[in-house]
Ligand binder design. Sequence first.
Ligand code: HDE
Length: 716
Amino acid sequence: MGRVSTSVALLGLLRLVSATGCPFANPAAALRSRADTPTEDPILAATVDDSSGYFTDDVGGQIQEQDSLRAGDRGPTLLEDFIFRQKITHFDHERVPERAVHARGAGAHGTFTSYGDWSNITAASFLSKAGKETPVFVRFSTVAGSRGSADTARDVHGFATRFYTDEGNFDIVGNNIPVFFIQDAIRFPDLIHSVKPSPDSEIPQAATAHDSAWDFFSQQPSTLHTLFWAMAGFGIPRSFRHMDGFGVHTFRLVTDDGKSQFVKWHWKTKQGKASLYWEEAQILAGKNADAHRQDLFEAIAAGNGPEWELAVQLVDEDKALAFGFDLLDPTKIIPEEYAPLQKLGVMKLHTNPTNYFAETEQIMFQPGHIVRGIDFTEDPLLQGRIFSYLDTQLNRHGGPNFEQLPINRPVVPIHNNNRDGAGQNLIHKNIHPYTPNSLNSGYPKQADQKNGRGYFNAPSRSTSGRLVRGLSSTFDDHWSQPRLFYNSLLPVEQQFLINAIRFETSHLQSTEVKKNVLLQLNRVSNDVAVRVATALGLEAPAPDDTYYHDNTTINISIVNSTLPTVATLKVGILASTKKANGTSALDQAKSLKQRLSNDNLTVTVVAESLIEGVDKTYSAADATDFDAVVVTSGADAAGLFALTAGNLSPLYPPLRPLQIANTAYLFGKPVAYFGGSSPSDSLTAGGLDPKAEGVYVDSDLEKVATGLVDGLKTFK
Ligand code: HDE
């Protein structure tokens, strides 16, 4: 464990959430039945209950399946052992290809509730009245890592939401960063090939700190804006619950009478935004690769499912070029000064998946899943995505019937003439699956504006032009908005960003790539370029002020903010099973645990062995398990924190209790010292400064508790 600079430690990065509890017994059933036009719940219908009964083979006959059938006690296994073959064959085919990107993820069911009747801006039926509920499934993800990679890799994070609306499925397949690396979908394979591990060594996993990634970034300056967001705290969110989501592209909202305007989708977290500290993210990657999925799962299981508000920025279509950039360019934000956020509804995630594979792995999002009232734009990145997601689902599923999987099935009936194909689950009764027909009385009929609910798209949209392979010149400026972003950060966040770029570029082997990176950084900011160059031992570039400006925008910075809730944040109380100087550390821990539960905090008592009242041993616990740590004076009196060899116990790894207290302190988590007058010399020598901000020393239980809660709320 290395020491980190005080200024960085003071960032005060709050952490992980957890609680124990059972997932809901009957997940999506309740949600789906809330649809306005309920049909049989697809997930419930597909749920298998093995809580009774005997083993059967795949076609229903009862069997014994623990031993294979052999010719003689010590003889070979027989080919006729269909039980063996069935079991092993199924196992051999258990995996489908993982997602080419966003392979690592976690999902949950929830409900979206509209705040009002938004028919003045969209015909989308899930937004048609106040209080209207629509079931959703959300999947969060990282991009570059494979399915088994660590949650806390620095990366853009996926935030994909499926609305099971009463007019069909609508997906917002977004990210936690409002912009993207490239402007034309045709460059996506290049982007991904550059960030994925090297083709020869398959190193590094889930990381961009390598030559090919930065080679691409520096040759393709459209990446700079997203890169700046990812290098700031947004690349390492504290949890999925503590990040916003964005639709990224400009879409269209269309009303019943065909009027359309541009829209940007935003998901605003109600938990508050917070990020990890890179040192901790790295440690977590080893200590708990599941940190984020565990946080989400446990918060939901404990009844504290996260919430986001759905907000929109609306812009008239004739203003596509009014703000100095092109609204069709996905590397640009619309600063909120130009188009304020308007909140349309709220989403709460409340139910964990019953089966990860069936639900989270098999959900197949598509930007092409839109409903009436919502339409695409000509954003060339979006246009390509509309093709790519359908194509990739065909590859993952192995056939065209993936929409029939329970997690993908809409809650409304499907009527069309699509037939057959691998894994066909439906038994279509219509023997005239073509149109036009007379033999099935013309059904299913074509919907139009008068029949059924009509078109899904903007009826007045038109386009024309000569064929051109190339982007519009209105997409040319790659440097003004990363600068706007950088200008809008607090100095401590700018330092954070520079540290990240220094970390990444220090891993580069090629001096040429490093110089190219500096050249691009310098077009955004000479300050950034000079500070990175210093760390790389390269000549600092002279200012290149073509794109420099001093503008800032609102709602970018996340440091110095107060989290709206501390529910399910985790507190570790360091105790001891030894009674020392008449103080029982366990009694102190128990009373504090009781008190902190009032604030809905998840409290873990740590001591040497798992006797009654102890939740975790020092052998298993780590500072990264907790958002805040309390040291009981009894534990201190028992000598657990002493640095001298004479105090080392074989019950836990050397110095582990001290390491937990001090690492928590260094990572800016609130630390309290409860009971005695002041911490021992060992604790202070180890780094804990009793007078520092965020450290609470008191013998009064209530003061310790309120101090901790205040500290937990503060992200700075
Ligand atoms: Fe994706 N992206 N993407 N992407 N993307 C996929 O689809 C692709 C882009 C995003 O949790 C894949 O089902 C192209 C932008 C999320 O299941 C694939 C382009 C944004 C997820 C694919 C982009 C995203 C994906 C891989 C450039 C934010 C995970 C597996 C045109 C607005 C969804 C899959 C989940 C997944 C292609 C760019 C978000 C290969 C070609 C921009 C959240 O189809």
